[in-house]
Design a protein around this ligand. Structure first.
Ligand code: CA
Ligand code: CA
Ligand code: CA
Length: 510
């Protein structure tokens, strides 16, 4: 039974403020009581895919609904919270009331001091004494700090980059999916699904900052049959005649240091067109020659702009630069269909540099708009397929993704919005799930203060291309048998890059 209790607060007198808090608490008790039992996962529920999309949450009722307008001025305003779990993870779906960069602190753009407290044994006597809870986990999301507490309250700091707590989308949004890896002792029973009661609390730690719930805490039972995990994805092509595209940030030309690992991975993935970012120490010809050595028997062509290199077995008939990004026109074999491919290989500026990321996202969108209008960087057939892929470093504002995907310019002087996907409107996003995990994050760095994120994307025009398959690869997650069958090793992915190889297979529509 999920409920909420008003903790004893000796320091607070029986004041008018306390009365208001109690009234709010009471209404939240009623809501939580009404919905509490419904939140236990049932076998019929779909697995949660950590992708920043919410279709997988259908049928999961809110655990709590915090009132709106009760946060700090200009701060986040916590709203509806849904909670579910599977055998390994706790999932939260959280509304924060305004555009927020969840990993930015109060002093940073669209930031907050949002903290998540989890009391795994529902006991105030163990863990960190905080807000009436005994928390075993404290995730300071905005401050990018993560702490675990043992029964005595002793603290251990974890690196957020380890992925214990991951939230999507990585770019700014007003709703998020948050996934917390449950400690083994807290996970529900493997066979019966039986689990214990945990307590949770969300607080924007600043003067007048919002809390969820406004007083006390929420209770959730890790009970019921856990959600079924998603099936692993195969590396083999589902359709022999599909066009397989690879995008990979090669971490400052780590190919030069680990050629054998790259060879293993690339041979296991067998892409047709390879697009690399962060090729800094190798020439275009060195990169092309490396691919030709991995895949002998095909004639390979390569072009580059800045650190973006695309290698293709099909002729590159058009070439241009959009800022530091490459755009090529690839003459696909007639047997694949009548269309050719316009491919943007993108590496946007990193980290807090939203201004340059805004500008380059706009310029990529404008370049495609102009090509469609017949006045672009090189001539194309207006029905050609377009793919915009690469390392977008989307750790800033979501408007950058909207510029590329939906043709909504950030800088209004570039003109009115347009439809990058022609009759389909927006470009589609290749699904890119990891073969052996329920997430689409493409970047991780264990020692980073940033949690794993989705920085790499493959956008495509769905009127010209049909996605046959799409996935990313982290060899450390694969079942040993699966790994062996593809000639891969446990540490291959982490050895080559902090980014994962991202694949999409397409069929050209008639
Ligand atoms: Ca989802
Ligand atoms: Ca609120
Ligand atoms: Ca505790």
């Amino acid at each position: 039974m999920s409920n909420q209790t008003v903790p004893i607060r000796p320091s607070i007198g029986f004041s008018a403020q306390c009365m208001i808090r109690r009234r709010r608490a009471l209404s939240a008790v009623i809501l939580a009581a009404a919905f509490g039992l419904a939140t236990a996962a049932t076998a019929s529920q779909r697995a949660i895919l950590l992708d920043g999309g919410f279709r997988d949450w259908r049928g999961i009722a809110p655990l709590a609904h915090d009132p709106s307008g009760d946060g700090a001025e200009g701060g986040i305003d916590l709203g509806r919270l849904r909670v579910t779990h599977d055998g390994r993870y706790l999932y939260l779906r959280l509304a924060v009331g305004r555009e927020t960069l969840l990993q930015n602190g109060l002093s940073e753009a669209a930031g907050s001091n949002l903290r998540l407290f989890l009391d795994y044994d529902a006991s105030a006597g163990t863990g960190l004494p905080v807000h009436g809870l005994g928390a075993e986990l404290e995730a300071r999301l905005g401050e990018r700090q993560l702490f675990e507490y043992d029964a005595t309250g002793a603290r251990r700091e974890l690196s957020p980059g380890g992925g214990k707590v991951t939230a999507l989308p990585t770019h700014s949004a007003s709703r998020f999916e948050i996934r917390v890896a449950l400690p083994r002792a807290v996970r529900p029973h493997k066979k019966t699904g039986a689990g214990g009661e945990i307590r949770l609390l969300l607080v924007d730690e600043q003067q007048g900052g919002d809390r969820l719930p406004d007083s006390g805490w929420l209770t959730y039972r890790l009970d019921g049959a856990p959600l079924e995990p998603l099936e692993p994805l195969e590396l083999e092509r589902r359709q022999a005649d599909s066009l397989r595209l690879l995008s990979l940030n090669v971490a400052n030309t780590s190919i030069a240091d680990h050629p054998a690992t790259y060879k293993r991975l690339l041979q296991a993935l067998a892409p047709d067109i390879l697009s690399f970012q962060e090729v800094r120490d190798w020439s275009t010809e060195q990169t092309r020659a490396f691919v030709a050595d991995v895949f002998p028997g095909r004639q390979w062509h390569a072009e580059a702009v800045a650190d973006c290199v695309t290698v293709s077995p099909y002729p590159i008939v058009g070439l241009a630069a959009v800022d530091q990004n490459l755009v090529v026109h690839i003459d696909l074999p007639t047997a694949m269909g009548r269309r050719d491919l316009v491919l943007f290989n993108v590496h946007l500026p990193c980290c807090g540099n939203d201004a340059d990321r805004d500008r380059e996202s706009d310029n990529i969108a404008a370049a495609w708009r102009d090509m469609l209008a017949g006045r672009g960087l090189f001539p194309i057939d207006p029905e050609d397929a377009v793919v915009v892929l690469g390392d977008f470093n989307f750790v800033g504002f979501g408007r950058q993704l909207r510029a590329i995907r939906q043709g909504v310019f950030i800088d209004p002087s570039l003109g009115p919005s347009f439809a990058p996907g022609r009759a389909r409107g927006s470009l589609a996003i290749a699904s890119g799930r990891r073969t052996h995990a329920n997430t689409v994050t493409t970047w991780r760095n264990r020692s980073s203060s940033f949690a794993p994120g989705r920085l790499d994307f493959i956008f495509f025009s769905s009127d010209a291309l049909r996605q046959v398959a799409s996935f990313s690869v982290d060899t450390a997650e694969m079942a040993p048998k699966f790994r062996r069958s593809h000639g891969l090793r446990h540490g291959d992915s982490i050895q080559i890059s902090d980014h994962l190889p991202l694949i999409a297979d397409f069929e050209l529509r008639k």
